[in-house]
Unconditional design. Sequence first.
Length: 204
Amino acid sequence: MNDELPRWSEPRKLTDDPHVNLFTTEMATAKGVRRWTFASRRDQPGKNRAVPDAVVMIAVANGRIPKIVLTREYRVPLGVFEISVPSGLVDPGESIADAARREFREETGMALERISLLSPPLASSAGLTDETVSLVYGEAAGEVSRSGQTEHESIEVILADLDHLRRMLAEPGGDVFSSRVYPVLLGFVAAGRIALPFASSAAE
């Protein structure tokens, strides 16, 4: 396996937005030089890859019938509603677990408890952006409330059991599934149960 990285120029910022910006760079390959334009939430793309930009929560409400906590939100770039799970950005100096608990509470009104697994930073859409996310698996507790959502958020919270998942996957309607959640839902349906992965002592 060849681990030698290709040579690329320092990314040059093309836009000036407080949340996300476009950068351009040139990468030298055996076939010549290729220009690459991508989006980043960072001031210096490619730096500090050990820390994810965002957290994505796979949370299960373990009542009499286990249910996964889903979200349905209108997404402007898509022009339709997206079926996903609670997620949000990691604040500077914040741990992954703390960011997950904070964002989960804000979007759903529920508490994220007994975190069983924190994934390493995972590429979001590597051809388009350098954004990475950490999947955070845990238990959801409490009642659903939208009171903590910001003025820019209008997120519907869905508690879906296995039968509900089967119906959603069979007939998504005009909604688009997030690539972050679709494989998880398929896995639950294939396994015939909604359950969290093994516990990790590093999670808490």
